[in-house]
Design a protein around this ligand. Structure first.
Ligand SMILES: [Zn+2]
Length: 463
């Protein structure tokens, strides 16, 4: 029986989906103004494994992960780059898709963009105003009135006074109380905007996830997830809006993923101690990075270090090594020893997706497989097939064995670099900076890459 640690109750609970055999899962995705780093990768890979395991257990999963494509940081970056916001966000959405593919994450069933839901967000804000949970501040921006929601702070496990004390420093004149958060923000000059009953502006970040999750999954839905840093205020603010607007519970299980740390500090853009996914994939094989990210339990922090990645590399070499020289196209998986390992693997994963223990079961299986090669040859195929099958639940051992050992870590990133250069060239072309566009074409040609433009965009091939 699967149990999940619910951040809201702060304990493991037996998982009971709202509809038998179906799971509705919503994860807060990326704000697309820059490349993703390894901290983001961990959150994405953690939910990828959760999604894969739920499917492995026979659930029909609807997995929605949003894309935040309107936000202060995006607007600022687009202005700095002197490019239209959509050009910036499209470039980083494409980069995100490539990074996620490189890490072997399955695409979500739906990846909605915030800008596609603005009218629905406006109607949510209208409902909140109508019901007295929101107000128009003195500057014309619309705010959520936190004092009207008695359950505020239940997810963060803090009372209003403690939260207020923390928020007081950042008080804005237009708000009634420091914790109130913006629902609709009027646009300044040069900023993108949508018309609304309160003037031209844009929705606040906390509103988009309420609208996209409730519309696509219903309310309540089963699991809402994200990074640990989203618990407060983002998820607290989501709950406040959803429950006040619709008068019913929002989410049954809240799941939060721990940080990637460097020297005990959180890897983040603001601390400038991050490595982008593509930088790391330049040095390490995709599955090695994935293994490293799964080597700790998803709720605990994992420490990013050279030793940790070397350890992941050695571990994966051993698992792949056990499969070497075995014909996996024949034989049956039906075997008692193999089955016993599957049971142990599932016990580990049923315990709040405990990947470190699940990985240790894979090692026991590999050890048993190596032993059988000498002592019990009739077990070999079944054990090898079971190893492949269980590892695939973690998105591991998915390459053909020999190609794993031959694969050069650099081969993947080359394609990413090419795409990044093509995107740069595309922006140059939009700005009619033909000299720069030509320079990039030359640069690619020197690396043996030919690009071809057509009505549908730019394609490339090696010479
Ligand atoms: Zn969100």
């Amino acid at each position: 029986m699967l149990s999940i640690y619910n951040s809201k109750s702060k304990q493991k609970e037996i998982f009971k989906p709202l509809r038998a055999n179906e799971v509705t899962l919503y994860v807060c995705g990326m704000t697309v103004y820059d490349y993703c780093h390894i901290g983001h990768a961990r959150m994405m890979v953690a939910f990828d494994v959760i999604n894969r395991y739920l499917r492995y257990c026979g659930y029909k999963v609807k997995y929605v992960r949003n894309i935040t494509d309107i936000d202060d940081k995006i607007i600022r970056r687009a202005l700095e780059n002197k490019e239209p916001m959509e050009v910036l966000t499209t470039r980083f959405i494409n980069a995100l898709i490539k990074d996620m593919r490189a890490l072997g994450t399955l695409p979500p069933d739906l990846e909605p963009k915030a800008t596609d839901y603005v009218p629905q967000m406006i109607s949510l804000i209208e409902t909140l105003l109508h019901k007295g949970f929101a107000y128009v501040g003195s500057t014309g921006d619309v705010y959520f009135d936190v004092m009207q929601f008695k359950n505020y702070g239940k997810l963060a496990h803090k009372d209003l006074e403690a939260l207020e004390a923390g928020a007081r420093i950042a008080i804005e004149e237009a708000k009634k109380t420091p914790l109130d958060f913006v629902l609709w923000k009027l646009s300044k000059e040069n900023e993108p905007y949508w018309p609304s009953p309160w003037g031209n502006g844009r929705p606040g970040w906390h509103t988009e996830c309420v609208v996209m999750s409730s519309l696509e999954l219903g309310q309540p839905f089963d699991i809402h997830g994200g990074g640990n840093d989203l618990k407060f205020p983002h998820h607290e603010n989501e709950i406040a809006q959803a429950e006040c607007a619709y008068g019913k519970p929002f989410v049954n299980y809240w799941m939060h993923v721990g940080f990637v740390e460097i020297n005990k500090e959180k890897m983040s853009k603001s601390l400038n101690n991050f490595f982008t996914i593509r930088e790391v994939l330049r040095e390490w094989k995709n599955e090695v990075v994935r293994y490293f990210l799964l080597s700790g339990h998803y709720r605990s922090p994992v420490d990013y270090s050279l030793e940790a990645l070397e350890g992941a590399q050695n571990a994966l070499d051993r698992l792949y090594g056990a499969l070497r020289g075995i014909d996996l196209t024949t034989g049956t998986i039906e075997n008692e020893v193999a089955k016993a390992h599957e049971v142990r693997f599932m016990v580990a994963m049923d315990d709040d997706f405990n990947t470190p223990i699940a990985l240790s079961v894979l090692f026991d299986l590999a050890r048993e497989l190596n032993r059988s090669k000498v002592e019990e040859p009739s077990n070999v195929t079944a054990l090898a097939q079971m190893l492949k099958k269980l590892a695939a639940v973690l998105g591991l051992l998915v390459s053909p064995v020999e190609s794993y050992f031959q694969k050069d870590a650099h081969s993947v990133i080359d394609a990413n670099e090419i795409e990044a250069l093509i995107a740069l060239r595309q922006s140059a072309r939009l700005e009619k900076n033909w000299a720069k566009a030509d320079e990039i074409r030359q640069q690619l040609a020197q690396k043996g890459v030919v690009i071809e433009d057509s009505g549908d965009g730019t394609t490339w091939r090696y010479q």
